[in-house]
Design a protein around this ligand. Structure first.
Ligand code: CA
Length: 224
C-alpha cells in the first residue's frame, strides 16, 4: 500500500513513515500542497493523509482541487482542530475521515482500513503487563479482565510506557505521545498525569508500578 502524507511537522512525518513502514506501507511525504498535486498526478495512491495548517495554505481547500481532478482517493484529515463543527466542515468538503492529533498509529491504521474498505494487514498486539491488558487499537485497559477507565491523555502515557516495559522512556517521547506538536506543554503536566495514573493503577491492583528516572523520564515495571 502506498500513501501520500501532506504534513509540515517533520517529527510526526518521520515517526509515521517509520511506524507505517514496519507495516509494509510506503509513505511519500511532502510538506507543501503545491508539491502534493504533482505527486498525485504522477502516482496512484491508496489514500492521502492531509494536515490542515500547512506552509502554503489550508489543507481543506486542497480537497475540492483533488476531487476536481477526478480523483476519489480516500482522504484522512489529520489535525489538532478536532472540534465537531470543524470535523463537519472537513467531511462536507469531501474528506473521508478526520483524525484528531495526537493519535496512536493503531487508530490511524484502523481508520485506513475503514476508508479503504478492504483488509489492511495490521499487527495488532495487545500489551500485557502485570495483571493489566491494554488494547492499543481500541484504547481500552483491563485488569484481571475487568475494564479500567482511564482518561485519554493518561492512557496515551500508559501505552507509551507499557510498549517499552522495563525500559526508560524519555520525557520528550512521553510528551510527544500525549500532546499535539502545536500545543504548548506545561512543564509539570506530564508529572501530574503520571501521578494520577500511579494512583489508578495502584487502586486497581494492576500489578505494575511507574518509576521516575530522575532527569530522564519514566519506566514501567511489573511488580515482583
Ligand atoms: Ca501543520
Amino acid at each position: 500500500m502506498r500513501l501520500l502524507l501532506i504534513e509540515d511537522e517533520m517529527e510526526l512525518a518521520n515517526a509515521l513513515a517509520t511506524t507505517l513502514g514496519k507495516q509494509g506501507i510506503v509513505i511519500d511525504h511532502t510538506r507543501l500542497l503545491g508539491d502534493a498535486l504533482e505527486l498525485i498526478r504522477q502516482n496512484d495512491y491508496d489514500a492521502i493523509l492531509l494536515d490542515r495548517r500547512l506552509p502554503d495554505g489550508e489543507g481543506l481547500n486542497f480537497i475540492p482541487n483533488l476531487r476536481g481532478m477526478g480523483r476519489d482517493t480516500p482522504i484522512i484529515v489529520l489535525t489538532a482542530r478536532n472540534e465537531p463543527l470543524e470535523r463537519i466542515e472537513g467531511l462536507n468538503l469531501g474528506a473521508d475521515d478526520y483524525l484528531g492529533k495526537p493519535f496512536l498509529t493503531e487508530e490511524l491504521l484502523a481508520r485506513l482500513r475503514a476508508v479503504l474498505r478492504r483488509p489492511v494487514t495490521i499487527v495488532e498486539q495487545q500489551i500485557t503487563a502485570g495483571r493489566m491488558v491494554i488494547d492499543p487499537l481500541h484504547l481500552t485497559v483491563s485488569v484481571n479482565s475487568a475494564p479500567l477507565e482511564i482518561p485519554r491523555r493518561e492512557l496515551l502515557v500508559l501505552v507509551a510506557l507499557a510498549k517499552r516495559k522495563d525500559k526508560t522512556v524519555g520525557r520528550p517521547t512521553l510528551e510527544a505521545a500525549v500532546y499535539n506538536y502545536e500545543e504548548e506543554i506545561q512543564s509539570n503536566a506530564l508529572d501530574a498525569h503520571i501521578s494520577r495514573l500511579r494512583k489508578r493503577l495502584s487502586d486497581a491492583a494492576a500489578g505494575v508500578s511507574i518509576h521516575n528516572i530522575r532527569g530522564v523520564g519514566y519506566l514501567l515495571r511489573e511488580e515482583g
